[in-house]
Design a protein around this ligand. Structure first.
Ligand SMILES: C[S@@+](CC[C@H](N)C(=O)[O-])C[C@H]1O[C@@H](n2cnc3c(N)ncnc32)[C@H](O)[C@@H]1O
Length: 420
């Protein structure tokens, strides 16, 4: 494909992402699958331009609007080429110069677009005139909602959310030690160094294709953010316990809990999503886990759970949340979050805490976690829960993990012990 055609496909991909309410990576996969004429280099170029634009969409929008143009996928991509990649006006014009244009080439530059390309020459992405929400690429209501929790760290943490997340692995202690996993990865040309927060974590150099390695396929390692590993560690499960992972999803924490339990005792993994639990089953099999029962939460499972009141040593609620702590990974997720959605999530979280509370046995613990940075999903939920549940005492009222300070995704983890 010509460079112009790649530009045109990136614009089409951005349009498809904007028109869909599905996550951008899913839209992108379907987009490239439907275009067999794209080779692997074309795909990389197209998605890398589209992702680049998404990562600085608010700042590019600011620049485009200052030039009196409407921000569209095409005007934003043009602005990206000039402001972020520093392309000259002549190089940009050359993308549109195919004569005659091929079927995948872009339509000629319009006069206002040429003006935009000229006006942006030499400009940098950031500008003192941008307000915080533009500068940090977040919805306008976000900075003031995060300020009470982050205080002076607000700007540094918003900045950290703009960076790309590193690739972290958790070593599966059912199959390997951390040293053995490092050696196995090194044999496959992957360099990994121990993380500093979790004794099981490895941080990889670069972004290798982990799923293609023997170490991964043999279940020695799983991809998991170090913060996510800490959630499972803070549950302090031991072999032989009865544990419920109420919102198990695709099993990230379940896997870590099962390894800590050394495959002994009972671990029930429930979720409302059958598809996610199916993915969990595949991962549990690869990891050599055999003390887990996966159950889709339907009316029957709910009745079954009710009969298990007061019977678990640990109940983990890895709650559905805004995911604000994971924005490094999903450049478009931040633009899909609304205050109304947060409100709905808060109600779900309160409901899940109520449900989990009754299932813990006296002396057992309820572990509540989110990958959110918003106080209403975190500290506020725990305060409200504790005031309604005198039978619970905080063992840890809430530990926060922050991308800037801790180098992990943003997390909140509270551990509450049932006294009676
Ligand atoms: C943060 S994700 C869980 C991630 C998972 N624990 C992991 O480590 O991979 C939240 C999960 O909660 C599930 N969920 C949403 N509402 C639920 C409910 N009422 N009961 C149980 N699970 C629910 C979602 O389907 C989603 O998989």
């Amino acid at each position: 494909m010509t460079p112009g055609a790649r530009f045109q496909e990136a614009v089409a991909l951005l349009g498809a992402i904007a028109a869909s309410d599905r996550p951008a990576d899913g839209v992108a996969s379907a987009f490239v699958r439907a275009r067999r004429y794209m080779g692997s280099k074309d795909r990389r170029a197209v998605t890398s331009l589209a992702w680049g634009v998404l990562r600085c969409r608010a700042r590019l929008t600011w620049h485009v609007e200052r030039c009196d143009l409407t921000p569209t996928p095409r005007s934003l991509a043009l602005a990206y080429l000039v402001v972020v990649e520093g392309q000259s006006a002549a190089t940009v014009r050359a993308l549109f110069a195919a004569s005659p244009p091929g079927p995948h080439d872009p339509s000629p530059l319009t006069v206002p677009e040429s003006g935009l390309v000229m006006a942006l020459q030499g400009k940098s992405l950031e500008d003192r005139g941008m307000r915080a929400s533009v500068r940090y690429e977040v919805p306008v209501w976000i900075p003031e909602r995060l300020a009470p929790a982050l205080g002076e760290a607000l700007h540094a943490e918003l900045e950290a959310l703009l960076a790309e997340a590193p690739v972290d692995l958790r070593v599966n202690t059912l199959k390997a030690t951390r040293d053995a996993a490092v050696r196995a990865l090194a044999d496959e040309g992957i360099s990994a160094t121990p993380g500093s927060l979790s004794p099981l974590s490895l941080r990889l150099e670069g972004r290798p294709h982990v799923a293609a390695t023997r170490a991964f396929q043999d279940g020695l390692v799983e991809v998991q953010d170090e913060g996510s590993q800490l959630v499972a560690l803070m549950a302090e499960v031991t072999p032989g316990m009865a544990v419920l992972d109420l919102c198990a999803g695709a099993g990230g924490k379940t896997l870590a809990l099962a390894a800590a339990m050394e495959n002994k005792g009972s671990l029930i993994a429930t979720d409302v999503s059958a598809g996610r639990l199916e993915r969990a089953r595949v991962r549990l099999h690869r990891a050599g886990v055999h003390n887990v029962t996966c159950r889709v939460l339907d009316a029957e499972t709910s009745r079954w759970l009710k009969r298990r009141k007061g019977s678990f040593d640990r109940v983990l609620i890895d709650a559905p949340c805004s995911g604000t702590g994971t924005w490094r990974r999903n450049p478009d997720a931040r633009w899909r979050l609304t205050p109304e959605r947060v409100q709905a999530l808060v109600a779900e979280q309160a409901g899940l805490l109520e449900r989990g509370a009754g299932l813990v046995k006296p002396g057992g613990r309820l572990v509540y976690a989110t990958c959110s940075l918003l106080p209403e999903e975190n500290e506020d939920r725990i305060t409200a829960f504790l005031s309604a549940h005198p039978e619970y005492e905080p063992t840890n009222k809430g530990r926060r993990l922050l991308p800037g300070r801790d180098g992990t995704d943003g997390f909140f983890i509270a551990v509450l012990t049932r006294s009676s």
